[in-house]
Ligand binder design. Structure first.
Ligand code: PMP
Length: 412
């Protein structure tokens, strides 16, 4: 069983070795945040103990070491996502900031300079996390463009023909997820991005959910911008990245204006630095970048395909188990490439299920998962979501399914 070596890695995650409410912790909230292995923490601690200083332009040794560590982290992450010479990667505080940087960067900058203009069309898929929807609502308001939603079908799938019907010569942006955090849907993003790119749109991919197990390969897809977060791929919180085509990143008006992102400054005006500094104003989270790169290395040492196969198997086991329980509806049951299961139980509030699971040491997330329009479109309300990582085990899935069954008996 290829899953066994992975579970053994659970010992590398100190936080997992604890009891919650007297029961061994079964941490099934990995779509919100994954836990960190010792080697990621060690890389961050090493940086703080031996190399910490502000980066760039420092002549002293520690500043140079810190700069080298930051740039080495960038190089590692570019390799991790399959960036080539035409690509660049800028560090952000996470996926949310990365997507705001794109959306704002495409309307800001003054008349005649912005990519988005009145009458243009922005298409966002109906599967998006609020982080890839609300910034586009704002960009549309600020630019005079219209925001159009690529709606999923009743089962939460996106279709190429529906995108085709929405594409017009005025379409300037497609914003799409590589994995929907509320349902587990994995849309055919490669084909959808290619279609939009052919129509002349810039393409924006939210890879937050994919980065831990199925990271998109940047140079193999028609992707201008890709956003992801460290804390969802076994790395630290407060760090993330926006990667993409240099030519596309150069179109962005910077979100953070100030030090480190300028070439020259007078009292009246400033000239912005070239990429990547141009989009990285202020002191970055250098230890975070170091940790995020260490997390990418951890994933590659462990094996992307092994992780992917493991989490898919856990999701399939959870779907099969939950489907046996009367009254439970699993969202996107067809999604075989998913690392999470989201479900509703008629008449029972997810919050109550989540509370009863926590009493048994099982951590799941309940609510709208920052995707309220999608759940409303599907005719559903809040859901319960269990999401899997390399350290989870089939026994934990069994415990979760049994605890859900017991919770429903109590609550009905
Ligand atoms: N997009 C998706 C699909 C997500 O799942 C999340 C996190 N739940 C985000 C964006 C936002 O990521 P962050 O909170 O790290 O900025």
């Amino acid at each position: 069983d290829s899953a066994l070596p992975l579970q053994a890695l659970g010992a590398e995650f100190p936080i997992l070795a604890q009891a919650i409410n007297g029961q061994p912790l079964a941490y099934l909230d990995n779509a919100a945040t994954t836990q960190m292995p010792r080697q990621v923490m060690a890389a961050m601690r090493d940086f703080e103990e031996k190399e910490r200083a502000n980066i760039h332009r420092g002549v002293h040794t520690l500043s140079q070491r810190a700069t080298d560590a930051f740039e080495a982290a960038r190089a590692t992450l570019k390799g991790f996502i399959g960036a080539d010479k035409a690509h660049e990667l800028v560090f952000t505080s996470g996926t949310t900031e990365a997507l705001n940087l794109v959306a704002q960067g495409l309307w800001a900058g003054g008349p005649g300079k912005a990519w988005l203009r009145p009458g243009d069309r922005i298409i966002a898929s109906g599967l998006e996390h609020h982080a890839n929807l609300v910034p586009w609502q704002h960009a549309a308001r600020m630019s005079g463009a219209e925001l159009v939603i690529l709606r999923p079908d009743a089962e939460g799938r996106l279709h190429l023909k529906d995108l085709e019907a929405l594409l017009t010569p005025a379409t300037r942006v497609l914003a799409l997820t590589a994995g929907a955090n509320a349902t587990g849907e994995r849309p055919p993003y490669e084909a959808l991005l290619a279609l939009a790119a052919r129509a002349g749109a810039l393409t924006v991919l939210d890879a937050a959910q994919a980065a831990s197990h199925a990271v998109p390969h940047l140079s193999q897809i028609e992707c201008d911008f890709m956003a992801f977060s460290g804390h969802k791929m076994y790395g630290p919180m407060g760090i993330g990245a926006l990667a993409g085509r240099r030519a596309a990143l150069e179109r962005l008006y910077p979100l953070r204006l100030g030090g480190d992102m300028v070439d020259w400054v007078s009292y009246e005006a400033a000239g912005f630095a070239p990429l990547p500094a141009r989009l990285e104003g202020g002191t970055p989270h250098v230890a975070g970048a170091v940790g995020m790169a260490a997390a990418a290395q951890f994933i590659d040492q462990t094996g992307r395909e092994a992780i992917d196969a493991h989490v898919h198997a856990l999701r399939a086991q959870a779907v099969a188990g939950l489907s046996q329980i009367e009254g439970i509806t699993v969202l996107a049951p067809h999604a075989t490439q998913s690392a999470l299961v989201s479900f509703v139980a008629g008449g029972v509030h997810p919050h109550d299920i989540g509370t009863l699971l926590d009493e048994r040491g099982i951590a799941v997330r309940t609510g709208h998962h920052c995707a309220q329009p999608l759940l409303e479109h599907l005719g559903l309300g809040p859901t319960t979501r269990a999401s899997f990582a390399l350290y989870n085990t089939p026994e934990e899935v069994d415990r979760m399914v049994a605890a859900v069954a017991r919770a429903l008996e109590m609550l009905r």
